[in-house]
Design a binder for this molecule. Structure first.
Ligand SMILES: Cc1cc2nc3c(=O)[nH]c(=O)nc-3n(C[C@H](O)[C@H](O)[C@H](O)COP(=O)(O)OP(=O)(O)OC[C@H]3O[C@@H](n4cnc5c(N)ncnc54)[C@H](O)[C@@H]3O)c2cc1C
Length: 304
């Protein structure tokens, strides 16, 4: 019930905020002075580092009056969000998935691809996602048995938690409220085909996390976009998130960016945060307490 209510809020353009979420980045005379939080606290600071996308950072948390005109139009308003999202089916089972295949390591692999029989099928599945559809015959995704890698995830010894994840459209034909259970059933059918023990008597519980649920969990992942914004040529490399903020520094003094919408982009790479931390330390004259890794040293020698 709470989930359905939250989805309705997000569908109507609302957001679910937690207590510490920033509702405003404060600016005085072109410089950052701190943030206001949803619970009513004001945190004063001469530096604010935002891991949120340009529209959330500049339009929602700052507002047009404190932004240079061209920057507002060409950089903040022009930001394009991801065209696809993810659907995840979480399962709690008595036994871990036991795959029926020749590969002796399939059960212990970090990631097992299930449901795809050919490259053509992946391409077709992708075309459907782009059109806001999911064809149950075409779907496939990657599976991980998380409790195999981290047994602490299960309190009751012997049980397992796993997930199946696949690309999915945010706006699905028929709506997620209706489609969630149908998609879950289609995934379980494919999973069962690949791992015969993934059936009713083994499965204790399932939970489908739709693209709408991602947007609720992470309000910055708008439309369930896991990279905070599309990978188009104009939003990649030094253009990510835009030419003015290439180095993580923004046109507003003291405001930096450090998230997936910043170069080198999304996924759990730590890249944007690393670049921002270095930039802030250098701008503030701080002694860095971290050392670049060997690969990072090579990168700096090569690209400066
Ligand atoms: C279902 C799913 C599967 C994924 N799978 C993979 C994968 O297999 N491999 C991979 O590399 N990446 C994966 N990703 C992508 C990866 O998680 C993101 O690209 C990455 O988390 C981005 O990191 P970030 O620090 O920039 O932003 P986030 O991780 O999005 O962190 C931003 C934080 O800011 C908080 N926030 C939002 N609004 C405010 C506000 N107003 N004030 C204060 N805080 C706020 C959010 O709650 C969040 O905690 C996946 C993402 C999802 C959702």
């Amino acid at each position: 019930m709470a989930g359905a209510f939250a989805r309705e809020i997000v569908r109507n353009g609302g957001m679910i905020l937690d207590a510490t979420q920033a509702t405003k980045i404060m600016i005085e005379n072109g410089k950052v002075t701190g943030v206001d939080t949803w619970e009513g606290r004001t945190l004063h600071s001469k530096v604010v580092i935002s891991s949120l996308d340009p529209q959330t950072t500049f339009l929602d948390l700052i507002g047009p009056k404190d932004l240079p005109g061209t920057f507002l139009k060409e950089s903040a308003e022009a930001w394009k969000y991801d065209k696809w999202s993810y659907y995840t089916l979480h399962t709690v089972t008595k036994e871990m998935p036991n795959y029926k295949c020749d590969d002796p390591w399939a059960n212990e692999s970090l990631m097992t691809v299930v449901g795809f029989d050919s490259t053509d099928q992946i391409v077709e599945h992708w075309k459907h996602v782009m059109k806001g559809k999911l064809d149950h015959k075409l779907i496939g995704g990657h599976v991980t048995c998380e409790s195999y890698w981290d047994p602490h995830l299960v309190r009751k010894p012997g049980g397992h938690v796993s997930f199946f994840q696949m690309h999915a459209p945010y706006d699905i034909e028929g709506g997620w409220e209706k489609k969630n259970k149908e998609v879950e059933a289609a995934i379980l059918e494919k999973w069962h085909k690949a791992a015969p023990n993934m059936k009713k008597d083994n499965i204790i519980m399932t939970l489908g996390e739709t693209p709408e649920d991602i947007a609720i969990r992470f309000p910055n992942m708008r439309r369930g976009g896991i990279k905070h914004g599309d990978y188009t040529p104009m939003q990649l490399g030094f253009n990510r998130p835009n030419i003015e903020c290439s180095t993580t520094k923004t046109p507003i003094q003291g405001l930096y960016l450090c998230g997936a919408s910043t170069y080198p982009g999304g996924m759990v790479t730590g890249g944007p945060g690393y670049i921002a931390a270095n930039r802030v330390a250098e701008d503030m004259g701080l002694k860095k307490w971290w050392k670049p890794t060997k690969l990072m040293e090579k990168y700096i020698r090569t690209y400066g």
